[in-house]
Structure formats: structure tokens, C-alpha cells
Design a binder for this molecule. Structure first.
Ligand code: SF4
Ligand code: SF4
Length: 440
């Protein structure tokens, strides 16, 4: 039987040359730039001042709002500045700058402890997750403690661990599943306990047989856990598409996975939950795929948050002269950067250095009404029309045609032979529709 999937989607090619490269550590950064906004929700306010000494893992920013996540020092040393600095999602953000003392003195337990989940209540797990600043590490950066605290009228029956990693180039989740399967399973069990459910699924695309094998080897004697493999197709890793493929449930328009009894977490997020429970270690580093023809030494690297991409690139042999585009994340949903002076944040799954060859495919021509964007849309929208509406500055029409349901997967833009920037038009439409609603 063919592996499961969802309607629509595209096959943009893999480009996953780094999939067999084990996760490597890099030199401790001499300086880190840690933004107070690394999550969806209220930004944090610094809890330190210039001149303070901080340990690795010490909390340096927090908010009293529920939808937020604290941020922590990723190295030990002195706070040398608190400034507005480049943010990879655009513009600038309040940023705590720490200069390393070279000691990397931890503010958490250095040694992993054997932890029995029976000794934690659901509330205690949620609290540990919150204090550790854990957010969706697939790139969405929604605070995990909020995600695992559904209201009472939304019971959860299934937790899915999203190991699809359908974006071309990115392989950080793949490597984590191969190298850290046990921790991911522990994190999954902890999340299942937090949401009071007894079914866990690890969802993996069928282009990662070694990850499937690694995860399968740990679930064979546990009936509550299952590894599912899915057809390799973009955007298999989008929450709604994953739920459709795994459980044949449709998340309603404007709804959330909890509306159909599900919680979806990324593999890195599950691993971070395990770390927080076993060592009290907050999110202070993550695996980043650094790839593309513009970088000499590509691979998967454990990177301290706040490290500048420019420092990473320098350590890895520098940026090739042919580099035309730098992207934070994958080529489909990632954010194009004006330069490499941006810090790695919790949502940085990759840093890509692309050359002319990859960039030229995005040059725009007039629509030829081929309909391919419509066929590729996993939400069954009409991207061609949405684009045309926005060319004529008609967000009201885009709203009538459900622009707000767009998951910004980029399939329509990718498949379009005229290279029309459809997802850009739709993002603009969504922004204008939301602004109009807020004004009302
Ligand atoms: S309209 Fe939105 S959801 Fe549909 S393919 Fe384009 S980006 Fe994806
Ligand atoms: S895929 Fe591009 S060219 Fe074809 S209908 Fe959609 S917008 Fe037009």
C-alpha cells in the first residue's frame, strides 16, 4: 500500500545533501545577540542590565502574558549591551548582547538525570516546559506550554510528533531522529501525559528510512506509540496536512489541531521537553542545517541561540562569491535576509546560501491561466485569483475567497510556471484583512 498523504501539494526536489552528516558542535561564540522576540505572542522584557554577569541558561527576559516564552542566556559572560538589533523575521528587536567569558558556566544540571514521568503531574510538566522557554522549533515558534494546555472542552486523543521535514535542504529533524530517538520518545510521552492522552504518533516522510528505523526500534513494545510513514511531498509537515494524512481528520477553516483532538509538536520540540525535564536545561541552542551551494562546509550544527549567521558562515569556510540569496529556514517558507548579520533564534531550522541557479527560478512573468497553482494548493484555495485581487489592491475580495485560510506553504508560488509571487500577495492580503478587523 502506498504511504499516506493529503490532497494537493508539490514535489520541489529534496536538495538534502546534508542528511547523512552527523550533528556537529561549533566553537563557543565570543558574543551572542539574543532577541526578546523569539516566539509568537507577547515579547519579553529584559530581566538583566548592562554590566550583569549571567550563567549559561540563566533567564534574561520574560513576560507576564500567558502567550509568551522566556528567553535565556546561551553563554556565560557579561551583558555588554541592550539594543535594537537586526531580527531575522524583519526589522529590529530589543536584543540582549552577551560577551562570553569562555567558561560556559551552566545555570542548570550539567549531568542528565534518570527521570520517571510518573513523578510529574501534568501541570508540573507544563510548568517545566514554560520555564524552559520551549516553543515550536519547526519554525512556527508558538509557545509549547500554551499548545499543551487545551481548554477542557477540547479533549486531546492523539499527539503527533512532526518528523516530516518536507522543506527542501533542511535535515536537522532528520538527524535528530537518527541520533536522539530515545529523547524524542521521552519528550513525546511527557507531552502525552501533559495533555492526558494515550496515543502518540511519530510522523516521518518515506525519504528518511534510517529515521523510521531508529524511531521504530523504540516503540515496538508500546501499544500507545506508532511510527507512520508518509509520501514525500510538500507541505506534508504542515499541521493540517499531517493530521489529514495520519488520521483522515479535517481541521476546520480557521480552526486548530485541538479542534479535532490533536496536538502536533516538532521533533526538536519533543527533544527540548526531554532536556528540560531531565536537566532543567532551557532552550539555549538548537540544530541548524547550514546548506546551499554558497557555503563551503555544509552540515547540521548545534548552534547557541544568538550566534550571528555571519559568524557561523565564517567558521564554515566563508560565503562563496556566487551567493545571491541568504534564507533563514527552508526555500519554501523561509525568510530572505538582506545580509548575514542576523542572530540564530529558536525558530531557525536552517541557514541557506543560494546562488543564481536557484534564485532565477523565482523571476516573475504574466499569468498564463494554467491552473497549476489551484491544483497544488493543499487548502483548495484559488491562489491565481487571490494574486490578481491583490494586484488590484482588493483585500476585500481576497477575504471573500478565504485568503485567511492560506497556510503560506508556498506551493502555488513554487509550481507557477510564470513565477508569480502568489504567497507574497496572499501574505499582504492577510495582513490587510487582519488590520481592518482589528480597526473594527
Ligand atoms: S494559497 Fe496558500 S495554502 Fe494554497 S498553495 Fe498558496 S501558499 Fe499554500
Ligand atoms: S500557476 Fe501561475 S500561471 Fe498558472 S494559473 Fe496559477 S498564477 Fe497563473
Amino acid at each position: 500500500m502506498a504511504n499516506q498523504t493529503f490532497p494537493g501539494g508539490i514535489s520541489p526536489g529534496h536538495f538534502k545533501d546534508t542528511k547523512d552528516k552527523p550533528i556537529e558542535s561549533l566553537e563557543l561564540p565570543k558574543k551572542v545577540y539574543i532577541p526578546m522576540e523569539q516566539h509568537i505572542g507577547a515579547p519579553c522584557t529584559p530581566t538583566v542590565e548592562v554590566g550583569d554577569y549571567v550563567k549559561t541558561g540563566q533567564k534574561i527576559g520574560e513576560s507576564d502574558k500567558f502567550v509568551s516564552a522566556p528567553v535565556h542566556a546561551s553563554i556565560s559572560g557579561e551583558v555588554v549591551d541592550i539594543v535594537q538589533y537586526n531580527h531575522p523575521l524583519g526589522n529590529t528587536s530589543q536584543t540582549v548582547v552577551i560577551e562570553s567569558d569562555g567558561q560556559d558556566e551552566p545555570d542548570y544540571q550539567d549531568e542528565e538525570q534518570t527521570v520517571n514521568l510518573d513523578s510529574f503531574s501534568a501541570e508540573e510538566i507544563k510548568n517545566v516546559v514554560k520555564e524552559a522557554g520551549i516553543v515550536g522549533l519547526g519554525g512556527a515558534t508558538f509557545p509549547t506550554h500554551v499548545k499543551i494546555s487545551p481548554p477542557e472542552d477540547k479533549p486531546i486523543d492523539t499527539v503527533l510528533i512532526n518528523g516530516a521535514e518536507c522543506e527542501p535542504f533542511l535535515t536537522s529533524d532528520h538527524r535528530l531522529m537518527v541520533e536522539q530517538a530515545e529523547k524524542i520518545i521521552f519528550g513525546l510521552r511527557a507531552i502525552m501525559k501533559a495533555v492526558n492522552c494515550d496515543r502518540g504518533i511519530i510522523a516521518i516522510e518515506d525519504n528518511k528510512p534510517d529515521a523510521v528505523e531508529a524511531m521504530n526500534s523504540l516503540v515496538t513494545d508500546d501499544d500507545s506509540l506508532e511510527v507512520m510513514t508518509f509520501e514525500t511531498k510538500y507541505p506534508q509537515g504542515a499541521e493540517k496536512q499531517l493530521i489529514k494524512a495520519a488520521l483522515d481528520r479535517e481541521v476546520p477553516s480557521g480552526g486548530l489541531p485541538m479542534d479535532v483532538g490533536c496536538v502536533v509538536n516538532n521533533t526538536g520540540t519533543a527533544l527540548a521537553v526531554a532536556d528540560a525535564l531531565r536537566t532543567n536545561k532551557p532552550i539555549l541552542e538548537r540544530v541548524v542545517t547550514i546548506s546551499g551551494p554558497g557555503i563551503e562546509q555544509s552540515g547540521n550544527f548545534m548552534v547557541r541561540l544568538g550566534t550571528l549567521a555571519s559568524d557561523l558562515i565564517e567558521q564554515l569556510g566563508g560565503m562563496g562569491d556566487q551567493t545571491r540569496k541568504i534564507i533563514m529556514g527552508g526555500p519554501m517558507m523561509g525568510i530572505s535576509q538582506p545580509n548575514a548579520d542576523f542572530p540564530v533564534i529558536k525558530g531557525t531550522s536552517g541557514v541557506l546560501l543560494l546562488t543564481d541557479q536557484e534564485v532565477q527560478i523565482f523571476e516573475e512573468r504574466p499569468c498564463i491561466n494554467c491552473g497549476r497553482c489551484v491544483d497544488s494548493c493543499p487548502i483548495s484555495l484559488l491562489p491565481n485569483l487571490l494574486g490578481t485581487f491583490m494586484e488590484h489592491e482588493r483585500p476585500d475580495k481576497a477575504e471573500d475567497f478565504n485568503a485567511l485560510d492560506c497556510i503560506e506553504c508556498g506551493c502555488c508560488t513554487y509550481i507557477c510556471p510564470a513565477r508569480r509571487p502568489l504567497v507574497h500577495y496572499i501574505r499582504v492580503a492577510k495582513g490587510e484583512i487582519m488590520a481592518k478587523r482589528q480597526n473594527k
